[in-house]
Design a binder for this molecule. Structure first.
Ligand code: IVH
Length: 660
C-alpha cells in the first residue's frame, strides 16, 4: 500500500469507528458486535503503529492513551464557569421569573434535570476535542483531557459542520447501577468504596492514571454552549446542535412557555427522580433566548438567566443507636447502622449500611455518634460520616467480633480480603440469604417470600434447606404470625408458580459465585439442562464468550460439592423445571450479515437483534465471507461491492422469512 492509500485507509477506519462509537454510546443501538469493533480498532492501531507520523490526538485509538500524569496542569476557562443560584420553593421560582421580566419580555424557559456529578468544560477547535477541564475555582480548573477522553460519549471529533469552535459544559456522572456494581466489586476485593455516585465521578476525574479512569463506568450529559463562533440563538437550538454534533443530551430536557409550566415540569421531574439511573438533585431553568441571556447578564457569581430548583435533600443527620452485625449469603459479616428513625428525602430510614469493618474504622464511626445518612437513587441508605463536633466522649467503637453472632462459630479473616467471614456453611444466617436470593425477583421471583417470612419459616423450623420451601403446607404457614387463609394461599401459589421459571433464573438463583444474571443467561442458552451444566468442564466453560475464568472455576466448584448436587436432585424431584424450554433456534449460527440501505418495517437495531438471537453476526463492511447482504431502500456502495463479489442479496421480506 502506498502512503496515500494508507492515509485513506486510516481515515476510513477512523470514520467507521467514530460512527459505531456514536451508535453504541449515544444512540444505544449498536449495529456491529463488540468483537467486530475491536477488530476495526486493532486494524487502525496496527496501521498507526506502522505509520506513526499519521497518528493524531483525535483518533479513536487515543481514548485510553497516555502515561499516568505527575499532576494536573491548571488551565484558564474560555468563559468563567459560574454556578447557579439555588431555590427551594416554587414561589422563589416565581420571584426569579419576575426579576427576569424586569429586563426582558416574552420569556420562554428550558427546564433540565440538574445532574449530580462533576461539572466540566470541553474545548473544541476546528471540530477537534483539544482540552477538557474541571470547574476548579470557576476561572481556572485542572486539565483532565486524558481522563475525559476515556468517556466514549465525549466525541473526539464533532459530527457535521455546524459546531466547530466551541466550549461546551456538561456533567460527568456515574450511573447508579454502575456505582453499585463498582462498589460491590471493590468491596469484594477489599478496596475503597465511594460514598455516592457524585464522589465516584469527581474522584475518578481526579485520578492521574487514565487507564484506571477508563475502567470506571463514567458518562456525561452536556447542557450548555458557553462559547461558540456561530450564533445559536436559543438554548433549545444549542442543545439540538450539540446533539447533532454527537454529544449526549439528557432526554428529559423540555422547553416550556412560561414559569407556571416550568413549575409543573419541575414537579414531574422530582417525581421521576427515583426511577432514573443517575442522581438528579434538582431542576435547572434557563431562559431560552440567547439574546436575552446577553441582556440579563450575570452577577459576580451567577447568571441572571438561569436558576436551579433543588429537590428535597436526600441527606439527614441522626443518632446512631447501635451497630448490628448481619451475616450474608456467603458468610460475610457486615456492620449495619441502627439509627434513630429519620426522614431522608421523604422516606423514613432506621437502618443504613456501613459496608464493612475497614470502612467503619476508616470513617471512625462509633455507637452514639451523630451521623450523616444519605439515600441516593434506589441504593440502600448509607452512613456517609460521623459528626465529630457532636461527640460527648460517651461514644463507643465497634470491634470485629470473634464469633459469628448467629451460630457462634469462630470467624475468619483472610489476608487478602477485607471481608470477615463466618466459615460455617450451615450457619442459619447464610441459609436465610440463600433462600432470599433464590426467591428474588431476578431469580425464581417468588414474590410473597420476603425477608420477614423467611425469618418466620426458619424460626419455626419449617425449612432448613432451599428445597424445603416446596414442601410447605398451608397448615404450617397458618401457624406463622400474620398469616391468614388468603395470604397463605398467595404464598403457596407464588412458590408453585416458580417451579416453571426459566432455566437461566434457576441457575442465577443457585447463587453460584461470580455467576450473575447475564452469565446465567449465557449458560442457559448453551446448556439445555442443569444436569448438562453440572457435567461440563472448566476448560469448556472458559471457552464461552462472555463468561470469565473466575465464573468458570466457581461453576465447577459448585457442582463438585455434594450438598449442591443433592439440592438439585431434590428440586428436580419436586418438579422444578431444570431443563431449557427448547433448544434455541440457532439456525443462523455464525452466518455473517451486512445491511445496505434503510429497512421499512423494522429498525436496524431490531433486525440486528433478530439475527444475533439466532446466532448470526452483523458485519460492518462487505467482504467475500459475508453470507447475506440485506438490501433496503437507497442502498449504499455496499450493494455494488456485494454484486461484484457475487454475494447473496436478500430483500426485507426474504430477511423476515429467514429470521422467523
Ligand atoms: S447550567 C452558566 N445545567 O450544577 C451555566 N448546570 O451550580 C451553568 N449542573 O456547575 C450551568 N446539571 O455542574 C447547568 N442541566 C444543567 C446542569 C448543571 C447539573 C451542575 C453544574 C453547575 C451546577 C450549578
Amino acid at each position: 500500500m502506498g502512503k496515500e492509500q494508507i492515509k485513506k485507509e486510516i481515515q476510513k477506519l477512523r470514520e467507521e469507528l467514530d460512527f459505531h462509537n456514536y451508535k453504541y454510546y449515544i444512540e444505544n443501538s449498536p449495529i456491529i458486535s463488540d468483537y467486530e469493533y475491536d477488530q476495526l480498532l486493532k486494524k487502525l492501531e496496527k496501521l498507526e503503529k506502522e505509520n506513526p507520523e499519521l497518528k493524531t490526538a483525535d483518533s479513536p485509538t487515543q481514548r485510553v492513551g497516555g502515561q499516568p500524569l505527575e499532576g494536573f496542569e491548571t488551565v484558564e476557562h474560555m468563559v468563567p464557569m459560574l454556578s447557579l443560584a439555588n431555590t427551594y420553593t416554587y414561589d422563589e421560582l416565581r420571584d426569579f421569573d419576575k426579576r427576569v421580566k424586569k429586563y426582558v419580555l416574552d420569556v420562554e424557559y428550558v427546564v433540565e434535570p440538574k445532574i449530580d456529578g462533576a461539572g466540566i468544560a470541553l474545548l473544541y477547535k476546528n471540530g477537534i476535542f483539544i482540552r477538557g477541564a474541571t470547574r476548579g475555582d470557576g476561572k481556572k480548573g485542572d486539565d483532565i483531557t486524558q481522563n475525559l477522553k476515556t468517556i466514549h460519549s465525549i466525541p473526539l471529533r464533532l459530527r457535521g459542520n455546524v459546531l466547530k469552535n466551541v466550549e461546551v459544559r456538561g456533567e460527568v456522572y456515574m450511573s447508579i447501577s454502575g456505582f453499585k456494581k463498582y462498589n460491590s466489586e471493590q468491596e469484594k476485593k477489599g478496596e475503597m468504596v465511594f460514598a455516592n455516585p457524585r464522589n465516584a465521578s469527581a474522584g475518578s476525574l481526579r485520578q492521574l492514571d487514565p487507564s484506571i479512569v477508563s475502567k470506571r463506568p463514567l458518562d456525561i450529559f452536556v447542557y450548555f454552549v458557553s462559547y461558540s463562533d456561530i450564533d445559536l440563538k436559543t438554548q433549545e437550538n444549542a442543545l439540538n446542535a450539540l446533539k447533532e454534533a454527537g454529544f449526549r443530551i439528557n432526554p428529559l430536557v423540555k422547553k416550556v412557555k412560561d414559569i407556571e409550566e416550568a413549575i409543573k415540569y419541575c414537579e414531574k421531574l422530582e417525581k421521576l427522580r427515583d426511577s432514573l439511573d443517575y442522581d438528579v438533585d434538582g431542576a435547572v431553568l434557563k431562559v431560552n433566548s440567547l439574546v436575552q441571556h446577553k441582556i440579563l447578564g450575570e452577577t459576580s457569581k451567577n447568571p441572571r438567566w438561569s436558576i436551579s430548583y433543588k429537590f428535597t435533600a436526600k441527606q439527614s443527620t441522626t443518632r446512631l443507636n447501635n451497630i448490628d452485625i448481619q451475616v450474608g449469603r456467603t458468610g460475610v459479616l457486615t456492620p449495619v447502622a441502627i439509627l434513630e428513625p429519620v426522614e431522608v428525602g421523604g422516606v423514613t430510614v432506621s437502618r443504613a449500611t456501613l459496608h464493612n469493618f475497614d470502612e467503619l474504622k476508616r470513617k471512625d464511626i462509633r455507637v452514639g455518634d451523630y451521623v450523616l445518612v444519605e439515600r441516593s437513587g434506589d441504593v440502600i441508605p448509607q452512613v456517609v460520616q460521623s459528626i465529630k463536633e457532636k461527640r460527648t466522649g460517651e461514644e463507643k467503637s465497634k470491634i470485629i467480633p470473634k464469633k459469628c453472632p448467629i451460630c457462634q462459630t469462630e470467624i475468619i479473616r483472610s489476608e487478602d480480603e477485607v471481608a470477615v467471614r463466618c466459615p460455617n456453611k450451615y450457619c442459619p444466617a447464610r441459609l436465610k440469604w440463600r433462600i432470599r436470593y433464590f426467591a428474588s425477583r431476578d431469580a425464581m421471583d417468588i414474590n410473597h417470600l420476603g425477608e420477614s417470612t423467611i425469618d418466620k419459616l426458619l424460626n419455626a423450623g419449617f425449612i432448613d434447606n432451599i428445597s424445603d420451601i416446596y414442601s410447605l403446607r398451608k397448615e404450617d404457614i397458618l401457624k406463622l404470625e400474620g398469616f391468614k387463609d388468603k395470604s397463605a394461599e398467595n404464598l403457596l401459589e407464588s412458590i408453585e408458580r416458580s417451579k416453571k421459571q426459566d432455566l437461566s433464573r434457576l441457575i442465577y438463583g443457585l447463587g453460584i459465585r461470580h455467576v450473575g444474571k447475564y452469565a446465567s443467561q449465557i449458560l442457559a442458552r448453551k446448556y439445555t439442562s442443569i444436569d448438562e451444566l453440572a457435567k461440563t468442564t472448566e476448560e469448556e466453560l472458559k471457552q464461552i464468550d462472555g463468561l470469565g475464568d473466575k465464573s468458570a472455576e466457581a461453576i465447577v466448584t459448585f457442582f463438585a460439592t455434594e450438598e449442591n448436587i443433592a439440592l438439585i436432585k431434590k428440586l428436580k424431584d419436586i418438579g422444578v423445571k431444570t431443563k431449557a424450554e427448547k433448544k434455541q433456534n440457532l439456525k443462523l449460527q455464525n452466518k455473517k450479515f451486512v445491511f445496505t440501505g434503510g429497512l421499512s418495517t423494522i429498525s436496524r437495531p431490531e433486525a440486528s437483534d433478530l439475527i444475533k438471537q439466532k446466532g448470526g453476526i452483523i458485519a460492518s463492511s462487505i467482504s467475500k465471507d459475508i453470507d447475506y447482504v440485506i438490501l433496503g431502500d437507497k442502498p449504499g456502495s455496499n450493494l455494488d461491492k456485494a454484486k461484484k463479489l457475487n454475494l447473496k442479496i436478500i430483500d426485507e421480506d426474504e430477511f423476515k422469512k429467514l429470521v422467523s
